[in-house]
Design a protein around this ligand. Structure first.
Ligand code: GLC
Length: 737
């Protein structure tokens, strides 16, 4: 007995001794308690050259391989800024046809910007991040923050307007909302991707000052305040170097000056050279032309610039392996922040919360531009027969547009939303048709334009009120990636149709769904105009709520509306300034983009930046500052009252612009340096308080390569738009001697 017991005990001791693994044997990179930097170094020390090279480029259309031997997962990317895009085939641009890859489509980022509501931007980013996490994506390819320089740019709908301060304030919370899910936001397109025409090669010539005052601030804010984990390079060039591997932009500014510790990735196919990719800051190469499975010897992915060609340069000693190691550290950091982070939440999909956020952004982003004789709101029961006319009342506008396309589980059209609210009072006629969304050519409309117009006019003639719902769409050369609009006016015969509609029924309002300003030759003839956007899954509900008065519109334009195209800064100087000639485009408008241009050149826009009406009215009280004189390191504390003097509760965005009295160099007439959106009940007042750092009054001094606040008098304006200053206060800035 004892002998048996002894043998059993011995076997147990042997078993546990052999099986026991000491703490030292667990790879540090698997130890959640170790700090990420220690885990990075440990993992890096274990990787072979082949494993490092593999990590720096795609293995499929939207993934990189990680390091399987070390248990470091693949990294999965997905578009796009407005929601999680559908799945693709492993290796080409074919939709994979899955049945579980839909999403909640959020409104386009122009709509989010028009809310002037940073808190809502956080909710927006959180919802997108939760759905990305649920869909097992590690990087969401958004937000886009390129500045709106011309109303023709095909992708303005994916961006946040013309002002660097507004874009900076709205992008930071979006990034934080996404990344709290353990999903990386990927700010794009870094930088100067302000047009789609010639995007894949055009070299942008812009002054150092305009680069720093207009085109970089949102990216800087996203890195320094948002802590963004990934940045995507643009297709175009700067200083005749492709932006995706650009020494000045990436090594000097992004990584050194701003301290960006994340991953720099290409746009799909925006890498063009192995040495430059390695030495000028690129970390992951995606989408380089390849058909993946058949092209090249083993696999086209091995032929990527950062694949075999890079390995050869490292083996030959032309490129030090330490350069590669920095890329691997950044990629591992991305992994430890996302798919190696075992504490990240699990995400969620198509929740009621996401629906509410999508609808609220849509409702708060819609901008009421004209409302003569209180045309709006169209209260339920006010009219017996409501004619809804126009293709955008029914077109699925989450499709098309390029990489921001979505496959939403729900997409409530304006017509559906209006029918849900007004019932049988609504009668619809298409009015015009644009054909299917597409990339490579413009399909002729499959409909007979005359018959559509005749039917629409017949309906309008017998209706009590007409709601024309048109605008742009996501077809090629509309609001779409890959090229720009060909003209400023509305397409598909809408202008003529609007003129005819007004003739048969003057009680006709125009509701535009678009991501860009358009020419309004008919503006004087219509009593009301509403600027709506690509509103996503619940756009129809949101639009109906605003039209009917259930929601009081509070959106403000995130870009200026020029009367005619040539009034705008990008078109004033001819082709060289847009779209460019012989591969070169010159930003001759320099720092005077958007309202900065209209203010300073004294050109009246049709509708100014920051403009938007309400169903109520707001009076501004006296604006006061806490001191008369400030040092550059100080913060100005401002306060004022806003009174709702109407009968409807509503929200108002008070904008704060700053003008310098006697600058030593040319400065815009004024620049947005603060805004505050306040909700005020009818007949009540709200106190608005805001703190604005004096440092933000600075201009960029090119000679000194630094920001400068001069001793001078500065005027701070409290405004309802860039052209509607209500209150002002002067303060002095004095540099301490
Ligand atoms: C596209 C777009 C970019 C997108 C990427 C992946 O070309 O420029 O915004 O994220 O490719 O689809």
């Amino acid at each position: 007995m004892i002998e048996e017991m002894r043998k059993l005990l011995l076997s147990l001791v042997t078993f546990f001794t052999a099986a026991s693994v000491s703490a030292d044997d667990i790879p540090l990179y698997l130890d959640d308690n170790a700090d990420i930097e220690a885990r990075i170094e440990d993992a890096l020390s274990r990787m072979t050259l082949n494993e490092k090279i593999a990590m720096c480029h795609a293995q499929s259309k939207f993934s990189t391989p990680g390091c399987p031997r070390l248990g470091i997962p693949e990294i999965w990317f997905s578009d796009g800024p407005h929601g999680v895009r559908m799945e693709f085939d492993w290796d080409d641009w074919t939709h994979a046809g899955w049945t579980n890859d839909s999403c909640t489509a959020m409104p386009a980022l122009t709509c989010l910007a028009a809310t002037f509501n940073p808190a809502l931007s956080f909710e927006y980013g959180k919802a997108v991040g939760e759905e990305a996490r649920f869909r097992k994506k590690d990087v969401i390819l958004g937000p886009g923050v390129n500045i709106y320089r011309t109303p023709l740019s095909g992708r303005n709908f994916e961006y946040m307007g013309e002002d660097p301060y507004l874009t900076s304030e709205m992008v930071v919370p979006y990034i934080k909302g996404v990344q709290l899910n353990g999903v990386a936001a990927c700010m794009k397109h870094f930088v100067l991707n302000n047009q789609e025409k010639y995007r894949d090669h055009v070299n942008v010539n812009v002054s150092e000052r305009a680069l720093n005052e207009i085109y970089l601030p949102a990216f800087k804010a996203g890195v320094e305040k948002g802590g963004v984990w990934a940045v995507m390079g643009s297709y175009n060039k700067f200083k005749n170097q492709f932006c995706s591997h650009n020494d000045t932009l990436i090594n000097q500014i992004l990584k050194k000056e701003w301290g960006f510790d994340g991953v720099m990735i290409t746009d799909w196919g925006s890498a063009h050279d192995t040495y430059q990719s390695a030495m000028y800051g690129l970390d992951i190469e995606m989408g380089s032309w390849t058909n993946g499975l058949t092209w090249g010897v083993s696999s086209a992915y091995d032929n990527y610039y950062m694949a075999e060609p890079l390995k050869r340069k490292i083996r030959d000693g032309e490129i030090p392996e330490s350069v590669l190691d920095d890329k691997i550290r950044r990629i591992l950091r991305l992994s430890f922040r996302t798919n190696m982070n075992r504490f990240r939440p699990y995400g969620s999909f198509q929740t009621e919360e996401h629906a509410q956020v999508a609808q609220k952004v849509a409702e708060e982003g819609i901008v009421l531009l004209k409302n003569k004789d209180n045309f709006f709101p169209v209260a339920p029961g006010r009219y017996k027969k409501i004619a809804v006319i126009g293709e955008n009342a029914v077109k699925r506008l989450t499709q098309g547009g390029g990489s921001s396309e979505l496959k939403p589980k729900v997409e409530i059209s304006p017509l559906q939303g209006l029918r849900d609210l007004y019932g049988d009072a609504v009668e619809f006629s298409l009015g015009y048709a644009s054909g299917e969304p597409n990339y490579s050519y413009e399909l002729p409309s499959p409909y007979n334009a005359d018959s559509l117009r005749t039917a629409a006019l017949e309906l309008a003639a017998r209706a009590d009120v007409v709601l024309f719902i048109g605008g742009l769409n996501k077809n090629f050369t509309q609001d779409c990636e890959g090229d720009d609009r060909r003209f400023y006016h509305l397409p598909f015969g809408q202008d003529e149709l609007i003129n005819d509609l007004v003739k048969v029924n003057p009680n006709t309002a125009v509701v535009l769904l678009s991501g860009n300003a358009v020419e309004m030759s008919w503006l004087e003839d219509v009593p009301a105009v509403m600027q709506s956007w690509y509103l996503g899954s619940y756009g129809g509900c949101a639009l109906a709520n605003v039209i009917s008065g259930k929601v009081n519109p509070s959106g403000k334009l995130p870009f200026s509306y020029p009367v005619k195209l040539e009034d705008g800064s990008a078109h004033y100087f001819g082709e060289e300034s847009y779209p460019g000639v012989d591969g070169q485009v010159y930003y001759k408008d320099d720092i005077l983009v958007g309202y900065r241009w209209f203010d300073t050149k004294k050109i009246k826009p049709l509708f100014p930046f920051g403009y938007g009406l309400s169903y109520t009215g707001f009076d501004y009280g006296k604006l006061s500052a806490d001191k008369r004189e400030y040092a550059p390191a100080d913060t100005v504390k401002l306060s004022m009252e806003v009174a709702n003097v109407g009968k409807t509760d509503g929200a108002e965005t008070v904008q704060f612009y700053v003008s310098q009295k006697n600058p030593s160099i040319m400065r815009p007439a004024k620049e947005l340096k603060g805004f505050k959106k306040v909700f005020v009940k009818a007949g009540e007042k709200a106190n608005v308080e805001i703190e604005i750092p004096v440092a933000s009054f600075a201009f960029y001094d090119e000679a000194e390569r630094k920001w400068v606040v001069e001793d001078d008098t500065f005027t701070i304006h409290a405004a309802a738009s860039s052209a509607d200053i209500r209150e002002s206060v002067n303060i002095k800035v004095k540099n301490k001697k």
